[in-house]
Design a protein around this ligand. Sequence first.
Ligand SMILES: [Zn+2]
Length: 259
Amino acid sequence: MFDTHCHLTGDRYKDGIDSVLDRARQAGLSGMIAVAIDLSDALEAQSLAEQHPDVWFTAGVHPSEAGREHDLSSMGTLAHHPRCVAWGEMGLDGHWPDPPMERQCSLLEQQLDVVVNSTQHKLPVVLHSRKAVDDVLGMLVSAGLPGDRCIFHCFTEGPEAVERVLATGAAVSFTGVVTYRNAADVALASDRVPLERLMVETDSPYLTPEPHRGIRPNEPAQVVHIADFLAARRGMSREEFEAATDATASRIFGLHQTQ
Ligand SMILES: [Zn+2]
């Protein structure tokens, strides 16, 4: 089982990252992708990945950081590191008024420009898209980035939106949100995603899945509850579901190549 998207850097975990990683391994996880929210965070995630063979990292700037200036010149260097498995996370967040959408769009546009002009032709792009699916899809088209290189992470929209995403060839990953009783639409969306394009993630330290929703911080070990939930919806055993989604994550992020 992989946690394909978590935030492991900084002082998010009071009892230390080693305990978090130990609990993940005890829960049966074979790997975690430490997703960066900006480029200094990516460096920190890189050093974590250098110390732990079951941690990989990504390079990019989250839309919540669009209020600041970012020097994107190191993005390409980070992406060439052997343990960097994706660009991102990058995207648009229409939930909060701040940072303003124009700034988010401009930051996303600049990053997509780096991606399409990089010689790292195979690295996928982890997209953050909240209440902004159609805007993100439009920007991918403008940038000339094919949908089949993209992962719509933490999918929180309904079945119609997921169909528009799937039509581009993109993959979709689900967090603990899919297990929430008030997110029936997200669960319905998950049913539409073929296993070869479906992944699970915790987005730790946020979004703890049921049955532990109230517990914070969330951590990678909890990804098993998301897998159990989705496996049950599909009438699959956890083992079958794990094998299928692990194969998807390995293929999309090239995890086997860097181990
Ligand atoms: Zn994230």
